[in-house]
Design a protein around this ligand. Structure first.
Ligand SMILES: Nc1ncnc2c1ncn2[C@@H]1O[C@H](COP(=O)(O)OP(=O)(O)OP(=O)(O)O)[C@@H](O)[C@H]1O
Ligand SMILES: [Mg+2]
Length: 161
């Protein structure tokens, strides 16, 4: 699949995208969020959580390595930006983390080797020429688990365009 992209003009649309994405998620899915500081990775993760039916507020996992939530599927939200966080995740047992429900990793692009081949990667960037609340989201899928859902993904992104 060629990368699919979308520009959102508000945090609400980014959250709505996460909500739509939640509908196609399955047990064992890994989502890697990368992009600029403050781009909207946590906001997108919160949208995914809402779509999975998480009712608890989802806080940024910047200081806590792994935050766990209960939704239609268990949801684990990680941030491995800080040096040492990825090591802590490895010490916790990465396979156990990845096997349990849906895992979202902010800054996970720095640790792809440890995280595995089956994944959805979403890169969020600020647009220097755009408005303050414009964000470019680029979606790329890797592995069979995701290739079977590429049409779904293109449809849900297209619906928000
Ligand atoms: N289109 C948009 N999509 C997402 N967030 C937006 C958008 N427009 C404005 N924002 C704002 O940008 C900020 C994004 O913050 P957020 O914590 O989600 O970013 P982050 O990428 O997780 O940051 P960090 O790199 O610190 O983890 C929020 O204040 C949000 O309201
Ligand atoms: Mg964040």
């Amino acid at each position: 699949m060629t990368p699919v992209s979308l520009i959102t003009h508000s945090v609400e649309t980014t959250r709505a995208l996460g909500g739509a994405l939640a509908e196609i998620l399955r047990e064992g899915d890994l989502i890697i969020l990368s992009g600029d500081l403050g781009a909207g990775k946590t906001a997108l993760a919160q949208g995914i959580g809402a779509g999975l039916g998480v009712t608890e507020p989802m806080l940024s996992p910047t200081f806590t390595v792994v935050r766990e939530y209960i939704g239609r599927l268990p949801l684990q939200h990680l941030d491995v930006y800080r040096l040492g966080h990825m090591q802590e995740v490895l010490d916790l047992g990465i396979d156990e983390v990845l096997d349990n429900g849906v895992t979202i990793v902010e800054w996970g692009d720095a640790a792809l080797d440890a995280l595995g081949d089956e994944r959805l990667e979403i890169t969020i960037s600020l647009l220097p020429e755009g408005a303050d609340s414009d964000r470019l989201l680029v979606f790329q899928i890797f592995g069979e688990a995701w290739s079977s859902r590429s049409d779904d993904l293109q449809m849900l992104v297209g619906a928000l365009q």
